[in-house]
Ligand binder design. Structure first.
Ligand SMILES: Nc1ncnc2c1ncn2[C@@H]1O[C@H](COP(=O)(O)OP(=O)(O)OP(=O)(O)O)[C@@H](O)[C@H]1O
Ligand code: SF4
Ligand SMILES: [Mg+2]
Length: 442
């Protein structure tokens, strides 16, 4: 699909909207009942079942070039003292040196517990926040370094879909104004063609184009999220950051909205950073997943690896709580892995590995040395000194030679650290084989 905004009208809106109809949520074309999306149609079924009725899971294209390259990205929010003279007394290390790539037309899932930095990452990419450090390369520009004025022409390329369809739409504006405003601000089409384009977009997302003059409160939750999606699509973006786009919706509506996002991805060749708590939804939508903990990426890889053979104790614990994936993820065992204690404060995170205060495998080295995000497979990286499948975590750290330290994490005099993969955003053709402790791959 071309990215030329003027080519939008070439899109046959019903191609995408029709799938919403198949799955049952397409808005009723009854003037008296716009909110009656068919929320009871799939009652009682789980997400995977309902989503599978419409679409197969998204596929990975390993040859897709990156559309967005995030390198060592940081966001530290200052913490101020109370009183008249408010001094900075610390920083919330919300995002602390994360690196990844979002492939063109692909989707990377970002998962992790509340407060680990997912939304902050999304807000950095859309430049709602200016990063403390790092780079965000998009189309030859480093979004991290641009001024607000320099960002303006690029804002249309990186758009956001918000979590809450109730608060993210201005209740005093009609749907036509909400969806059409970006077209006018960015002068995308002549004024007399805005309505036509808005109606096309409403049809693309499975809404009745005649309802452009209605207000958000006349629509149901699923329909409002469709309006939010239409708004995000208005400027023909290349990257969409979807921050928990369906978590406020009923499970049957979730599947329909996710299916719509898949259609849109295929039709418009748009890449997604897909942020979600729900690991079943992420598995369906994202062929590649990054797991965050306390501002860091602790594991990243393709779907089959992350859900079938996770190597980080945190990923293993997260997955053990998901009924339909836990058996594969935790070596066929049935019980849930319970994480002890609370997530530590990002103002003063633990030394070494940030997960160590809750990790059942933690040893001395974990407090002394931060584990590098090490590539251990063709599309798999993990940050753990004792990386291994559940039940097969090694007894001695796998990272000592790479870091030039002994098993307790003490630097070995004269040792030369050999790890060179600390901050590379994508994947190398070669990787570190945990079994042989040698370089493997092509
Ligand atoms: N504007 C801000 N000022 C100060 N601290 C912030 C700000 N925004 C986020 N934080 C802090 O940064 C950390 C990461 O927050 P963030 O919202 O990115 O987490 P999240 O992973 O999206 O969580 P959730 O799953 O609950 O949405 C949290 O400790 C949060 O309190
Ligand atoms: S580095 Fe140590 S504390 Fe961190 S996850 Fe691995 S074993 Fe646990
Ligand atoms: Mg969030």
């Amino acid at each position: 699909m071309t990215q030329d905004p003027n080519a939008r009208s070439e899109i046959e809106p019903t191609e995408v909207g029709a799938n919403a109809a198949e799955t049952g949520e397409r808005e009723l074309h009854d003037d008296h009942d716009v909110t009656a999306d068919h929320e009871v149609l799939h009652e009682g079924l789980d997400f995977a079942t309902v989503a599978g009725m419409g679409h197969v899971a998204s596929e990975l294209d390993p040859d897709a070039p990156p559309v967005l390259t995030i390198d060592n990205l940081k966001m530290y929010f200052p913490v101020k003292s109370a009183g008249v003279v408010r001094r900075t007394i610390g920083h919330v290390q919300a995002v602390d040196g994360i690196s990844f790539e979002v492939p063109k037309g692909g989707s990377l899932g970002l998962v992790g517990e509340s407060g680990c930095g997912k939304s902050t990452t999304g807000r950095l990419i859309t430049r709602l926040y200016k990063p403390t450090g790092g780079s965000m390369m998009f189309d030859g520009h480093d979004l991290a370094k641009l001024s607000s004025r320099e960002m303006k022409p690029l804002r249309r390329d990186v758009q956001m879909i918000f979590q809450d369809p109730y608060t993210s739409l201005n209740p005093r504006h009609t749907v036509g104004t909400i969806v059409g405003a970006p077209l006018e601000v960015h002068n995308i089409v002549p004024k007399n063609q805005v309505l036509k384009r808005v109606q096309e977009l409403l049809e693309v997302v499975g809404l009745n184009p005649e309802h452009y003059n209605r207000y958000p409160n006349e629509f149901s939750g699923g329909q409002r999220q469709r309006i939010g999606i239409a708004r995000a699509l208005t400027l023909n973006p290349k990257v969409l950051v979807a921050d928990e786009p369906v978590s406020a919706l009923d499970v049957s509506i979730q599947a329909q909205v996710v299916n719509l996002l898949q259609d849109i991805q295929n039709e418009f060749d748009v890449a997604f950073l897909f942020i979600a708590h729900d690991l079943a939804i992420v598995r369906h939508f994202c062929p590649e997943i990054a797991v965050m903990y306390l501002g860091k990426i602790v594991e990243i890889g393709d779907r089959e690896t992350i859900y079938g053979r996770p190597h980080h104790p945190y990923t293993q614990a997260l997955l053990s709580a998901v009924p339909d994936v836990k058996q594969a993820a935790i070596g066929g065992r049935r019980e849930r892995i319970r994480l002890e204690g609370d997530v530590p404060s990002p103002i003063n995170p633990p030394s070494g590995c940030r997960f160590r205060t809750r990790c059942q495998f933690a040893q001395e080295i974990c407090a002394k040395v931060e584990p590098p995000l090490l590539q251990i497979g063709s599309r798999h990286k993990v940050a753990c000194h004792f990386a291994g499948e559940l039940g097969a975590h090694p007894a001695t750290p796998v990272t000592t030679d790479l870091l030039g330290v002994d098993d307790q994490g003490t630097p070995v005099p004269g040792a030369t650290p050999t790890n060179t993969q600390l901050t590379i955003p994508g994947y190398e053709k070669t990787w570190y084989d945990l079994t042989t402790k040698q370089t493997a791959g092509a």
